[in-house]
Design a protein around this ligand. Structure first.
Ligand code: GAL
Length: 357
């Protein structure tokens, strides 16, 4: 009896602990590289943290690196991931055109590569793409403007200026194209007037999505073309470029007296921008629930590690110049003054206290 008790209460639990420990250690040896572009934008910090957590929950070890927006640094970080034997590498690219060489090396080493959020261009050494539907991001921004200004009902003309994303980020072009698909007809018909005349992606692009570059560009536009006119709408590709535009507008006397802020779009629902949505300085942002994207990406990793086919839902839209990538696309939502509580707080994405931070 005593022996049975000893086995039941001491030896058996010890044995189980040992076995589960072995199992855990086995999985621990599976390393996954996570190469993120920058810590300067809130969203990428969340992306990295969510992926790391998800991988850890699966028992994998994550090597999470941020490249400080420097393409060469990202290449050397990926080289280290290859050397340390990562099974899969998840890449949120700094420069989508600079990775072909290093990813060829990953491919030769038998490592699978997931293009995360940004579409890596001109290489067949990338296996899957997990992202928010980039074209839809732009379409939602464009339709929001169309709707709020009553363009479909023939209202206008309104003065519009456009701020796009970074030229080295393939997504930026999709965002621009999606929005312009909706807005171009109104520019043609004269219901939207771009006084600067800057309507091509190249003219509107902001290097590395930088706030200060966006502010300087808009300051110049306002001085040159809006001395005697009001800007009614600013299509901004994301929250950092929107922030730059808002600062330029504040300095030019908008949001004072009866000089109202224009309708301003954004993307990422950054905390700082959410506060401006609540205060009325920014009109909307695109909410990308990075928890869902991280989750989906971890599922992809798991399938790859287990030798299965990862789940995808788009097989035709994302061509990287060499191949069409099997992709998993997530639908983005807009967030504005009327729905932010429901979309951001009720979903648990943010705690209401972010408004006080
Ligand atoms: C894009 C991304 C956006 C935004 C932007 C700036 O690639 O899809 O969500 O974060 O970069 O970092």
């Amino acid at each position: 009896m005593k022996l049975k008790k000893f086995i039941a209460f001491f030896l058996l639990p010890m044995f189980l602990l040992f076995v589960s420990g072995c199992d855990f250690n086995d999985k621990k040896e599976i390393k996954i590289g996570v190469a993120m572009p920058t810590k300067t934008r809130q969203r990428w910090n969340q992306d990295g943290a969510n992926i790391e957590k998800g991988l850890r929950n699966q028992g994998y070890v994550a090597d999470l690196q941020y490249a400080d927006n420097k393409p060469e640094l990202q290449i050397s970080q990926i080289a280290a991931m290859i050397n340390e034997g990562c099974k899969v590498i998840i890449v949120g690219a700094v420069d989508v055109n600079s990775l072909a060489g290093i990813l060829e090396e990953a491919k030769s080493a038998g490592i699978a590569v997931i293009s995360y959020d940004r579409l890596i261009m001109n290489t067949d050494a990338v296996d899957y793409y997990a992202t928010f539907d980039n074209l839809a991001v732009g379409i939602v921004q464009g339709e929001y403007i169309e709707d709020k200004l009553g363009l479909k009902d023939g209202k206008g003309p309104y003065n519009l200026e456009i701020t796009a994303g970074s030229e080295d980020d393939s997504n930026a072009f999709y965002f621009f194209e999606g929005a312009m698909e909706i807005l171009r007809p109104y520019i043609k018909s004269g219901k939207l007037v771009v006084n600067s005349g800057q309507t091509t992606f190249k003219e509107c692009a902001i290097s590395h999505w930088k706030e200060n570059i966006s502010r300087e560009r808009m300051t110049g536009i306002l001085q040159k073309y809006y001395a005697n006119k009001n800007l009614d709408v600013a299509l901004c590709a994301n929250d950092s470029t929107a922030f730059g535009v808002i600062n330029a507008l504040r300095a030019a006397g908008y949001n004072k007296g009866d000089k109202k802020m224009p309708l301003i779009t954004g993307q990422d629902a950054d905390k700082k921008n959410l506060k401006m949505i609540v205060s009325g300085e920014q009109t909307m942002s695109i909410f990308k629930d990075t928890r869902i994207l991280a989750d989906q990406t971890v599922k992809m990793v798991k399938a790859i590690v287990e030798g299965k086919d990862p789940e995808t839902n788009d097989m035709g839209n994302y061509y990287n110049g060499v191949k069409i990538l099997p992709s998993f696309l997530i639908r983005p939502l807009f967030v504005d003054k009327d729905n932010y509580r429901e979309v951001l707080f009720d979903s648990g994405y943010y705690n209401e206290s972010v408004l006080e931070e």
